[in-house]
Design a protein around this ligand. Structure first.
Ligand SMILES: CC(C)(COP(=O)(O)OP(=O)(O)OC[C@H]1O[C@@H](n2cnc3c(N)ncnc32)[C@H](O)[C@@H]1OP(=O)(O)O)[C@@H](O)C(=O)NCCC(=O)NCCS
Length: 213
């Protein structure tokens, strides 16, 4: 089985920028979305900023890519996820996206992470990472982000519905909500553990009394 190195991209990976840009364009055309052309310069810039994750096969071939976009400190997204065709369906996208997710959490610890997608694979990956489906109203209202939809063949649906609905599903990871959820889980666990300790203490006390009367 092929081994992959999944790492934060550095200047030595800039040589792959052209291939990445072409792959993203070709796959968008194949899916018929017409969305999201990322120029070579844009990809290069993301790599130079330390905001990209790359997967390289053991033979040194490009295998996968994803980068971070951010809007102030409040919102960030992991975009441009692409896996080279010959390495698909091996769980690589999950690994690349997880690395990009960890990098985003490190760089923007307070930001909500979000994405728009029609891809079942991406929905599965996002759910695994703790994202949940949301209405578009919960996503950023930054015009720059929504401008990215202009090249999509479904853009008329988005404008017709006043940016409320389209074919994509919005997904969001909210660190505050996640923290609250984890806190609640911990409280429930603490409560149950307390009850269990009490039951055990009662049982031992009963046994002790029985043996000492
Ligand atoms: C979508 C893409 C990134 C998936 O890459 P991958 O490495 O094959 O995905 P993984 O092997 O990590 O699979 C992740 C999950 O998605 C599922 N999956 C993968 N490809 C799928 C597909 N075409 N249809 C439905 N589910 C799919 C896998 O079964 C897995 O689910 P599981 O954990 O329940 O088994 C890859 O096909 C690709 O680069 N496509 C073109 C670009 C693209 O569509 N990017 C997303 C833009 S939003």
């Amino acid at each position: 089985m092929t081994e992959f190195n999944i790492l934060v991209a550095t200047s030595k990976h800039i040589e792959h920028a052209e291939e990445i840009s072409q792959l993203i364009e070709l796959s968008a055309a194949a899916r018929g979305t017409g969305i999201a052309k990322r120029s070579i310069a844009y990809i290069r810039n993301k790599i130079e900023e330390g905001k990209a994750v790359i997967a390289i096969s053991e033979k040194g071939d490009f295998a996968g890519f994803c980068y971070i976009e951010s809007w102030g400190e409040k919102f960030a997204a992991n975009s441009g996820l692409i896996i080279s065709e010959k390495f698909r369906k091996m769980g690589l996208a999950m690994r690349v996206k997880r690395k990009a997710f960890e990098l985003s959490r490190e760089k923007f610890p307070n930001a909500k992470l979000f994405g728009l997608t029609t891809s079942l694979a991406v929905m599965k990956i996002n759910s695994e990472l703790g994202y949940r489906p949301v209405t578009f109203s919960e996503l950023t209202d930054d015009e720059q982000f929504w401008k990215g939809c202009q090249s999509c063949v479904n853009y008329d649906i988005l404008t017709r519905t006043n940016r409320k609905h389209c074919l994509c599903t919005g997904m969001l990871y909210d660190p505050v909500e996640k923290y609250k959820h984890q806190r609640k889980k911990f409280q429930d666990y603490k409560e149950k553990y307390g009850q269990w300790l009490k039951t055990k203490a009662d049982f031992l006390l009963k046994k002790f009394r029985k043996n000492n009367t």
